[in-house]
Write a protein that binds this ligand. Structure first.
Ligand SMILES: O=C(O)C1=C[C@@H](OP(=O)(O)O)[C@@H](O)[C@H](O)C1
Ligand SMILES: C=C(OP(=O)(O)O)C(=O)O
Length: 465
């Protein structure tokens, strides 16, 4: 993968930055999508590799790190807290860590850009050290709720001073004398769970986190891999995670698997573009992440798992997605929401080409992502001829069937990479092209999206040609 990534990123069309002038893009109906889609490294695991590397004693080596803006901002933040982070090229990185409790006070403001995961996990990681840091982000991140992490961090003894409503910019004053905490996470959020666990690292004694609904478990798995004493128990209350504080974390060699959330885009595009046959190799199928693929199969998608194997303790497969003319809308089980939370936007695109209604309930969290993802998708889909109904924590997309989605409208991406990519996928199978006002945010998670999709046969054009 590093080779392919290097190859793609030498192409001028690689989206390397989410900052700066808007980058409008239009996608139009194309011939079959075919070939191999080697998507970049997993964003969640990339953030955690850098942060846990920075909290270890010695050198962590990372290959296949996602070099998207979100992760690059976390790398920069880890340097500001005193770790030595080195980019060796081609997705190979090293982090020389300062150990649990060893973070230095940063000189400047920590700018986490567009990344909720970055800011929330880093806040957790510093909250139990006697240092202060001021965090900010772009307009999207500065509008997102932070009380969900500062509330539990206050229980450890940390103090936060932010804008009204618990918004960034915000200064966090770490606890000088942290105490361990038992905390039940009130919303299904791996970011909140992870912030509490990372704070628990430097609190003496046992920190316990209880989550009623299982969310992605990379923090638990990676903490165990770095040598922390951590146990997970399934109980009637939910998953009970117990972490013993003040371990010495041991540096690791990490091979970041490819991101299932990025794989979702070429997979979904192949399902709706007639004649397509796309292989997306080496995708992690951790059950806490794979909900979209289960859902698509239930809708009748021709999506198969090939070469199933275990890599680095995680189930992995090559995904083969072929054009699926007979998709049917389904009711997505709300209990599955956490395992596909970032994939609802692109699921709503596939649902537009199905027959019948796709009903998505229990998805309130979609309203507090980089954008209000229900609003963003509902308004863009309606403008392109798809009927959508929505309420506070649900939405229903009425499928138009293949060949029947009009397209022709411009959609706002609202500084949200997943919204931008979803509408570009929509335009690959609509009657008229679909324009996205700003595709720049795609750089946060999938900088090679445009050349990768073009290589499969997609027709994506920038305003400037
Ligand atoms: O922990 C993580 O790496 C993530 C958790 C999810 O957010 P929430 O914890 O807010 O659900 C997800 O949407 C985000 O893309 C990545
Ligand atoms: C929600 C997302 O990311 P974050 O919360 O890290 O900004 C995402 O990548 O879809």
């Amino acid at each position: 993968m590093p080779l392919i990534q290097r190859q793609f990123c030498s192409i001028p069309r690689c989206i390397m930055s989410s900052h700066g002038a808007p980058i409008p893009m239009t996608s139009s109906a194309c011939g079959p999508l075919t070939g191999e889609a080697r998507v970049p490294g997993d964003k969640s695991i990339s953030h955690r590799s850098l942060i846990l590397g920075a909290l270890s004693v010695g050198e962590t080596r990372i290959s296949g790190l996602l070099e998207g803006q979100d992760v690059l901002d976390t790398a920069k933040a880890m340097r500001a807290f005193g770790a030595t982070v080195t980019d060796h090229g081609g997705g190979e990185w090293s982090v020389y860590g300062v150990g649990v409790g060893g973070f230095a006070e940063p000189d400047g403001v920590i700018d986490c850009g567009n990344s909720g995961t970055g800011v929330r996990l880093i806040m957790g990681a510093m909250a139990t050290s006697p240092i202060s840091a001021t965090f900010t982000g772009d307009a999207s991140l500065n509008g997102r709720p932070m009380a969900r992490v500062t509330d539990p961090l206050a229980l450890f003894g940390a103090q936060s001073h932010g804008r009204q409503g618990g918004r960034l910019p915000m200064t966090l004053v770490g606890a000088a004398d942290p105490v361990p905490v038992t905390y039940t996470v009130p919303v299904p959020s791996a970011q909140v769970k992870s912030a509490v666990l990372l704070a628990g690292l430097n609190a003496p004694g046992q920190t316990v986190v209880i989550e009623a609904e299982a969310t992605r478990d990379h923090t638990e798995r990676m903490l165990a891999g770095f040598g922390a004493e951590i146990s997970v128990e399934d109980t009637d209350e939910g998953r009970v995670i117990t972490l013993t504080g003040q371990p010495e974390l041991k540096p690791q060699k990490i091979d970041v698997p490819r991101d299932p959330s990025s794989a979702a885009f070429p997979v979904c595009a192949a399902l709706i573009v007639p004649g397509s046959d796309v292989l997306v190799p080496g995708i992690g199928l951790n059950p806490t992440r794979a909900g979209l693929f289960t859902t698509l199969r239930e809708m009748g998608a021709d999506l198969t798992y090939e070469n199933e194997r275990v890599e680095g303790g995680e189930p992995v497969a090559d995904l083969r997605a072929r054009f699926s003319p007979d998709l049917t809308g389904i009711e997505v089980p709300p209990a599955r929401a956490a395992s596909m939370i970032d994939e609802y936007p692109v699921l709503s695109v596939v649902a537009s080409f199905a027959r019948g209604d796709t009903v998505m309930r229990g998805v309130k969290e979609l309203r507090v992502k980089e954008s209000d993802r229900i609003d963003a998708m509902a308004s863009g889909l309606r403008a392109n001829g798809v009927a959508v109904e929505d309420g506070p924590d649900w939405w229903i997309v009425t499928g138009q069937g293949h060949g029947n989605v009009a397209g022709g409208a411009t959609c706002a991406s609202f500084l949200d990479h997943r919204i931008a990519m979803s509408f570009l996928v929509l335009g690959m199978a609509t009657q008229k092209p679909v324009k996205v006002d700003d595709a720049g945010p795609i750089a946060t998670s999938f900088p090679i999206f445009e050349p990768l999709m073009a290589q499969l046969g997609a027709r994506i054009q920038r305003e400037d040609g």
